[in-house]
Design a binder for this molecule. Structure first.
Ligand code: SF4
Ligand code: SF4
Length: 266
């Protein structure tokens, strides 16, 4: 399985076709299909910061331990920002480290791309701040799930797969990734790329750095924000991480109230 969370600029991968929000497809995946777990082999699975938040919380691991054990970070020529991928097992099939004969070992907290499969979603931030979505459907030869199941649209499928929270938090990053300066050619330097991984993926270390004052917000945290973070609210911390990177990259200083946040209450 290749990553199905597509950036808006991604080229259309093999076996993919675009889908509108009203196009339907039939699909059913269950432990009785002959291809059970085949999509968890030959893995090339990109992880979003919210994916890592969910997985490290489920496994009760410090984010630094999780990164060291399960994540490969790539930042190569031609990549704007670093990418994080889930490590694979050394079994000759590049299997997911979480798959077993019984299926996914982290099912309730599986990453965005696993939830979306066999569909994919691209999101981009318009100039008015709204998020535009594009969908694709992948019919990879190994996947036999298209033989049965109810007709459904991609948004209906995503709803059933519990993607709403994932999309909300993943979309928060668009403020950074689709910032006008990024569109104009900004690429982080080495130190800024390290900040990106620290803030977005190594949340527990980021929290410690903020709480001890080694990382400073130009707009100091309110007592309420400080209490929220010290109580261990990783979702609030992830939003703060985006704010901090906007400050460090673009010298923009927003309070949580003034932050042009996509509506998380929706
Ligand atoms: S996290 Fe779960 S669903 Fe995703 S590839 Fe691994 S085993 Fe499969
Ligand atoms: S039907 Fe498709 S998604 Fe389900 S187990 Fe088989 S390959 Fe994976």
């Amino acid at each position: 399985m290749t990553s199905q969370v597509l950036s808006a600029s991604s080229q259309m991968p093999e076996h993919c076709r675009p889908m509108s929000g009203s196009d339907t497809f039939r699909f059913a995946c269950h432990s009785g299909v002959a291809c059970f777990n085949e999509c968890c082999r030959q893995l090339d699975l990109a992880l979003t910061p919210y994916d890592v938040l969910r997985l490290k919380s489920r496994l009760k691991l410090d984010s630094g331990v999780f990164l060291g054990r399960y994540v490969i970070v790539e930042w190569e020529e031609g990549m704007r920002f670093p990418h994080c991928y889930l490590n694979t097992a050394d079994d000759g099939r590049s299997s997911c480290v979480f798959v077993s004969g019984q299926g996914c070992g982290v099912y309730d907290d599986r990453p965005s791309a696993c939830r979306a499969y066999p569909a994919g979603r691209g999101a981009s931030r318009r100039v008015d701040g709204a998020v535009a979505e594009q969908y694709v459907l992948m019919r990879e030869p190994h996947c036999l799930g298209f033989a049965a199941g109810p007709a459904q649209t991609v948004p209906e499928y995503f709803q059933a797969q519990g993607l709403a929270d994932y999309n909300r938090y993943n979309d928060q990053l668009l403020q950074l990734l689709h910032h006008p300066q990024v569109r104009a050619g900004f690429r982080p330097n080495r130190a800024q790329a390290d900040q990106y991984i620290l803030a977005l993926y190594n949340l527990d270390l980021f929290r410690r750095e903020v709480m001890t004052g080694r990382i400073k917000m130009k707009q100091p945290l309110s007592p309420m924000e400080f209490r929220t973070l010290s109580a261990g609210d990783d979702r609030a911390l992830l939003l703060l991480a985006v704010r901090w990177l906007m400050q460090e990259y673009f010298n923009e200083c927003w309070t949580s109230a003034g932050y042009r946040s996509i509506d998380l209450a929706a």
